[in-house]
Every structure is written in structure tokens, then in C-alpha cells.
Design a binder for this molecule. Structure first.
Ligand SMILES: [Zn+2]
Ligand SMILES: [Zn+2]
Length: 138
């Protein structure tokens, strides 16, 4: 999995779907899962990078609220996680740094949050909501 991640720089086709800012985040996920389903659950339609970070944090937040995704969505998150390199890949991602859009300061991903409306990173010092009605996860 790790070798695959390094040797395969092809952008995942799920990424632009999760970056479709005109739609609520859960609808973007549903669209990505449908596309993946329509392409035989192939690796090319998974997500990685920031789109995966958003997806995984969204999923974790839902789990903390006691919500369980449908089986297809759960499988999509799991397969994207595996493609990233599983737990080691996720841990490595959390050590990467990103700049918050609210103050321009840099943080490790494990210490920063993400607005699911605009997919911009925001830090804990953000004063108030980011996009109206959008969930902040991370
Ligand atoms: Zn900030
Ligand atoms: Zn926002």
C-alpha cells in the first residue's frame, strides 16, 4: 500500500467531487461513493490528500455523534484509508503542516480543523463560524 501510494501520483477522481463547493458536503460524498460504485470500486475513484482529510474527519465527527454511515460510504472511507497506507499513512498525514485561512499561521493537521463548506483550514482561534451552516471538523 505504501509503495502504491508513492509510485502512483495519479490524482484520485473522487477529489474534485469532494471539492464541489456548490453542494453540501454529505451530497459530495454521496456523489463520490456513487461514482466509485459505478466504476467497480476501483482505486482511481477514491480520495486522497485534503479531500481524504475532509472525508475522514467528517466520518469521525459523525461517529462521535453516534451516527453510522451506510455500508457503501463506510467502505469508501475504509478503502480510501487503505489506499493512503492505512493507519501509518493517516498518522503521516496528521504530521503534515497546513496554513489556517483565518490567521495565516501553520499547524500540523492533527491540530487544525477544516470547514466542510469551503474546505479551507481553520484553527481553533477562529472567531465564530466559517461558512454559514457548514460543519467544522478536525
Ligand atoms: Zn487561524
Ligand atoms: Zn468555510
Amino acid at each position: 500500500m505504501t509503495a502504491d501510494r508513492i509510485s502512483n501520483p495519479t490524482p484520485k477522481r473522487g477529489n474534485p467531487l469532494l471539492h464541489d463547493l456548490a453542494r453540501p458536503f454529505p451530497e459530495r460524498v454521496a456523489e463520490a461513493v456513487r461514482a466509485w460504485d459505478a466504476h467497480d470500486h476501483g482505486p482511481a475513484h477514491l480520495v486522497d490528500g485534503k479531500a481524504f482529510f475532509a472525508l475522514y474527519c467528517w466520518r469521525l465527527a459523525a461517529t462521535r455523534r453516534g451516527e453510522e454511515p451506510d455500508e457503501a460510504t463506510a467502505a469508501y472511507v475504509r478503502q480510501s484509508h487503505n489506499a493512503l497506507g492505512g493507519q501509518p499513512g493517516w498518522s503521516a498525514m496528521l504530521r503534515q503542516r497546513a496554513t489556517c485561512s483565518c490567521h495565516g499561521t501553520t499547524w500540523r493537521l492533527e491540530n487544525i480543523s477544516l470547514c466542510l463548506g469551503c474546505l479551507r483550514y481553520v484553527c481553533y482561534e477562529l472567531d465564530g463560524p466559517c461558512c454559514a451552516g457548514a460543519e467544522i471538523v478536525g
